[in-house]
Design a protein around this ligand. Sequence first.
Ligand code: BG6
Length: 637
Amino acid sequence: MALKNLGQVLRKCRSRQNHIAACFLRLQLQLALDVRKITQQIDPLGVLICLELADQIERVDAGEIHIHDDERGVELGLLQGVMFALDEGNAQSGAFGGFIDLYGKEQVFEHGQDFLGFQHLGKSVLLKKPRRGVPQCYHAEMTEARNPFADPLRFERRVPECAIVIFGAAGDLAKRKLLPALYRLAYDRRLPASFAIVGNSRTPMTDEDYRARMREAVKQFSEDGDFDEELWKRFAANLHYVAGDVKEPNLYQALREKVKGTGQANILFYLSTQPSYYATIVDGIGHSHLAAAPEGAWRRLIVEKPFGHDLQSARELNSRIHAVFREEDTYRIDHYLGKETVQNILALRFGNGIFEPLWNRRYINHVQITAAESIGVEGRGGYYQEAGALRDMIQNHLLQVMATVAMEPSAVFEPDAVRDERAKLLRSIKVMRPEEVDLYAVAGQYKGFRQEPGVNPDAQTDTYAAGTFFVDNWRWAGVPFFIRSGKKLPKRVTDIAIQFNQAPLALFGAGDGDQKARPNLLILRIQPEEGISLLFLSKEPGSGMRLRPVSMDFNYGTSFGERSPSAYETLLVDAMVGDATLYTRQDMVEASWTVIQPILENWSNRRFDFPNYDPGTWGPAEADAMIAKLGRQWRNS
Ligand code: BG6
């Protein structure tokens, strides 16, 4: 395709900025160019065309490329991003450089290729079609602009080369979440060309066995996208395995050898075994000096939840970890914080001017946070029997969500500034006095739980937990936060409902049914159908002043039309680049254990009349009574 046409297409997209033009562009490029993958984005800057990239890259420069049509004297488009040179191996294969755009997507330019070529990597480049005769030239200037990648808020960071050592590598989490997330990162070209994954578990397996097993897991549990055999082959070449018992010192020597063989200097350890092994593994890493990083390299540790079993055990685990890893190298994962929709709570609150003035006890009546699951314990009976819903969901995920909803804005968007505010909020949650627990907390267990595999016939485990929490600060004093989570509820839904106060005067009458003057409700839907809805009253068409609730909806999927990364993809990248904003810190973990400790103590000292709710219902009647005592009602929709 002549570059002229390409220019026309670019111009067309730019002026109309609609999806039809984008599809047209895509089609044109696909017909014209023999490249495997082309994507494009349309934004106010124009069209960014992304071509499939080669492997080994090295960043060399940053800036903006203005593309001009010299003949017509018009500017065709603007690309912003970072230019890079390819290493020698790739340079020989024809490609010599490329460009990473604002979205972190990469384009590669090859010598002699039919469409684009960089004449120089540097301040000024020429985009041209290098054919015989008069070259059709589009002049592109590389200006020295700020490096857009230096802005951590807007751009995907480049992941450094490293080895990820996964303990519990044959387990459920590795199969369902970690390997699919890493594979997806490879698919999206987010992993560096040189990286390694070293798995460990007790099961004897060769590297090849482990690769075959993980191939099946990735195929089964990848949430989207087709499985790409070619990509898998390249990905799997970086997968290694060491069988061994975490209690045996020689395992750590074997791991050391394996990591050495991969040539990686940086190591990210990932604890996803049974939690009771965490301290043993950290000791093993320490004794074998695996945690000692050579000059210029790093060692980091990701710890899966649950972090401890109660306040005391969390403190003990913290001190065992700190004997080997510094706090800043310790990443306690809470995958809810990695969910796009949870991160969006901060965007909604602090990126907009209209919500924050209302975000306090003057306007907000109460907040309901619900994490309902329709599934049961799904073969995790053994673990779950010891944990229960309060520990499994509320102590970590839902208190973190509450902290995100209720925290004060931080002065800057930096890991410790944001975490300081979250921690402050967690510390401000009123700790229940022992005599308040029966009033403010409810446990439930679904019928049939005791018959699940691995569960005792008289288990006292809570498969449902609800609590009423208050925040002792000026913003929230007196506003109840109702939190609940349960298994075998009618559907899978996680959301936050922020209930605003009634209008002070019932100008249009209280009415009844649909006409009842309902207060405004802001619903932040974490999953599924990720989005935000605002409910308010509107006049019904026709005579008279009849009001009806209506809703203003924002839906992630339709608004952005692109895939959101899974929480594990986000969090793994964050740990590799050393950004702990979305990880929990020692003080946060201890603060949230402190909040639920009185409930744990109360519940461990009594015998419940379980089971107390049927599968497929919204939990025990006591939970309705708990909230009704404060004159509120659960939103069960
Ligand atoms: C995990 C809990 O942390 O979160 C599980 O251990 C629960 O019991 C899961 O099912 C829910 O996560 P998500 O992302 O599906 O809401």
